[in-house]
Design a protein around this ligand. Structure first.
Ligand code: ZN
Ligand code: ZN
Length: 299
């Protein structure tokens, strides 16, 4: 999605929800930086080369395309973007500055540092995240007492431009319509938000990581795959019918959904995620967890 389109949506949300101004400004700085790096990323040579028949088999079997595939990231660019995102995040407030400084002291680029102490290699961290092995963030956050939400934000957003480029390249080779999985057909990440589209209310899911969108079942939990009407429901807030929260009482997860039939502006999933923070607070207050990897609610 073009940066200009994202910025336009940020501005209209800023007007409609002034309380999110600070968060929107932070987000705008991140996407602007990512866009700058996207221009310089070199990954053409490392696009995963997956045979057509294998692509078909994986999609039919519900296996995300990038799962178990080898591909390399442009490490220097990803690492520079990581540094830039650290600076943006440190400038937010004292608490975030402290958390980021701890991460900077632990997640190292240089081999010398790594040989001297038991620290975390950036390359390893980026590689794990690109391959959807997010348990690794959990593990090193515990091991080095790092703030897991901040580390996730920094790492996912550093790798995101590369993954978006790879996904964009692969989207044409995939018949996404035959996909029935609960996560993204390309990278395997959960959706950040979903949309009910058209008169019949088809459900479109938006990947939180590689920005692929796909059509899924209308009635399903996108965390546990539950399709039982009895344990799936949704609720609105009184004043906003265009946004709703879909909840699963089996696994206690929720997904925010917007009804594009009640929408006037163009939908930008990552911005709608911020515009609906009050719904996260509501859902979390009821002890539901977001199906998405990271939620703007944590900053
Ligand atoms: Zn994805
Ligand atoms: Zn569920």
């Amino acid at each position: 999605m073009k940066l200009e389109k994202i910025k336009l949506r940020i501005n209209s949300i800023r007007t409609a929800y002034p309380m999110y101004d600070e968060l929107l400004t932070f987000f705008e700085k991140i996407v602007t930086k990512q866009d700058e790096f996207k221009q310089q990323i070199q990954i053409e040579s490392s696009f995963p080369d997956i045979e057509e028949s294998k692509v078909k088999k994986k999609i039919e079997a519900g296996i995300p395309l990038l799962e178990d595939e080898e591909f390399e990231l442009d490490f220097p660019s990803t690492s520079q973007l990581f540094d830039a995102l650290c600076e943006i995040t440190k400038a937010q407030n004292d608490k975030l500055r402290n958390e980021v400084q701890k991460i900077e002291r632990t997640v190292k680029e240089s081999n010398v540092d790594l040989r001297l102490k038991s620290l975390v290699s950036r390359e390893e961290l980026f590689r794990k995240v690109a391959h959807n092995e997010l348990d690794y963030i959990d593990k090193i956050s515990d091991e080095f007492s790092l703030n897991e939400s901040v580390l996730t934000l920094l790492t996912l957003n550093s790798v995101k431009p590369s993954i978006e480029l790879i996904a964009h390249q692969l989207q044409d080779s995939v018949d996404i319509e035959s996909w029935s999985g609960i996560s993204c057909p390309i990278c395997g990440s959960p959706p950040v938000i979903s949309e009910l589209r058209g008169e019949e209310g088809r459900r479109i899911l938006f990947c939180s990581f590689c920005s692929t969108d796909w059509q899924g079942r209308r009635i399903m939990c996108y965390h546990c795959g539950n399709t039982d009407h009895q344990t799936l429901r949704y609720f609105y807030t009184q004043e906003e019918e265009k946004y709703r929260i879909d909840v699963c009482d089996k696994c206690k997860h929720y997904l925010k959904t917007l009804d594009s039939r009640k929408f006037d502006g163009e939908i930008v999933p990552s911005v709608e995620d911020i515009a609906t923070l009050h719904l996260d607070i509501l859902a979390e207050g009821e002890n539901y967890q977001n199906v998405a990897l990271t939620s703007a609610a944590h900053f």
